[in-house]
Design a protein around this ligand. Structure first.
Ligand code: 1HN
Length: 350
């Protein structure tokens, strides 16, 4: 029986209250906030100047040791999400410093991690029984559940960016972690084994993809990446939105190098102004070389070497390099593509 018009609001409120006590709620009140016609970004664009962050890291160096902190890292938080340890909806970023003689003790967790080396040269990370020396611009992977510890046997502080899928794993409530008995794990592969076995355009003759979703190449050295970009600048067509952009891949299956974080490196030649671009994956950019600025949803961000900035999901971006610029970036694009969710939009060059 129809409720009289003048009583309808009261009747509805009473109805919602009663079903609420039984843990039910009407879809029609929330439908258009749940299923939006397009993404409604919550995160905002932001930029961190390396020089300022480095001063804070040096201060942190006086306040806590790498061993006591376990990891001496300063988290880069999206300004719209204070206290959430997130730089985008799904990803974490931090700057970590390890001083000469220090060790960041061995542990493992289900979160996957990447390191991108910013300052210093020659500290090592040990991952799954093999050591690799880290140099500026190197992209280094710690797969999910691999034991890892870091050490610095040089005479300079080392600073790198940590990128992890922490918010994604948190959302799925699938976190496991444990400490190693020893500060440094035992090494059972000689240094240089993985690059020779998997990272030279060859694979052991009977190698099969197996179960491991992460690239067995756990250090992608900058020198080779940079060389590839430089060659392609001369021989390949420049993409209107990206300049010359490559993705890091797992040589075993051709997929992205990590199962939850897509990683990229691009060269923007001096004066090359990119066409407007947006995509559903919020992206963290690290300036490796050069200088310029980016317009992100109408706001200007000036950047130089080693600065970090974010382009939130579905924000329109253009890049304006005033020198040859090299940008490393990472996002959850690999996950979105697997789920059939990833989309991009390309505008006309203005
Ligand atoms: C971690 O293991 C590292 O190994 C860095 O350097 C940052 C943040 C949360 C959880 C684990 C590292 C981390 C982390």
């Amino acid at each position: 029986m129809a409720v009289p018009e003048n009583n309808l609001e009261t009747a509805r409120r009473d109805f919602y209250r009663r079903i609420g006590t039984r843990h039910m709620t009407p879809l029609w009140s929330v439908l258009h906030d749940l299923v939006t016609p397009e993404p409604r970004p919550v995160t905002v664009p932001a930029l961190w100047k390396f020089a300022e962050a480095r001063d804070f890291l040096y201060e942190a160096g006086d306040l806590i040791s790498a061993s006591e902190a376990e990891r001496r890292a300063l988290i880069l938080e999206n300004p719209a999400l204070p206290g959430e340890s997130r730089i985008t909806d799904t990803l974490y970023a931090a700057l970590q410093m390890i001083l000469p003689g220090e060790v960041a003790p061995s542990h493992r967790h289900t979160q996957s991690a990447l390191r991108f080396v910013l300052d210093g040269d020659g500290a090592f990370t040990a991952v799954g029984g093999e050591k690799t020396i880290m140099r500026p611009g190197d992209f280094v992977i710690t797969p999910s559940w691999a034991w890892h510890d870091h050490g610095n046997e040089t005479d300079q502080p080392m600073i790198w960016l940590d990128g992890l899928d922490i918010p994604l794993v948190y959302y799925m409530n699938a976190s496991f972690a444990e400490q190693h008995d020893a500060e440094a794990q035992a090494l059972y592969q000689p240094e240089g084994d993985a690059p020779a076995r998997y990272g030279s355009g060859l694979l052991p003759v009977d190698h099969t993809a197996g179960e491991r979703p992460t690239s067995p190449v756990f250090n992608y050295p900058y020198e080779r990446t940079r060389g590839a970009l430089e060659q392609l600048r001369k021989t390949a067509e420049w993409d209107a939105c990206h300049g010359i952009k490559l993705k890091y891949v797992n040589p075993v299956n051709g997929d992205y190098a990590m199962p939850t974080i897509a990683t990229f490196m691009q060269l923007l030649p001096k004066g090359f102004e990119t066409a407007p671009y947006r995509s559903t994956d919020g992206t963290v950019f690290v300036v490796v070389e050069g200088a310029g600025y980016s317009m992100i949803n109408g706001e200007r961000f000036d950047w130089g070497a080693r600065d970090v900035f974010i382009v939130p999901n579905w924000n329109t971006v253009t890049h304006h390099p005033s020198e040859d610029a090299v940008l490393f970036s990472y996002s959850d694009r690999v996950v979105q593509e697997k789920l059939g969710l990833w989309r991009e939009w390309r505008g006309d060059k203005v």
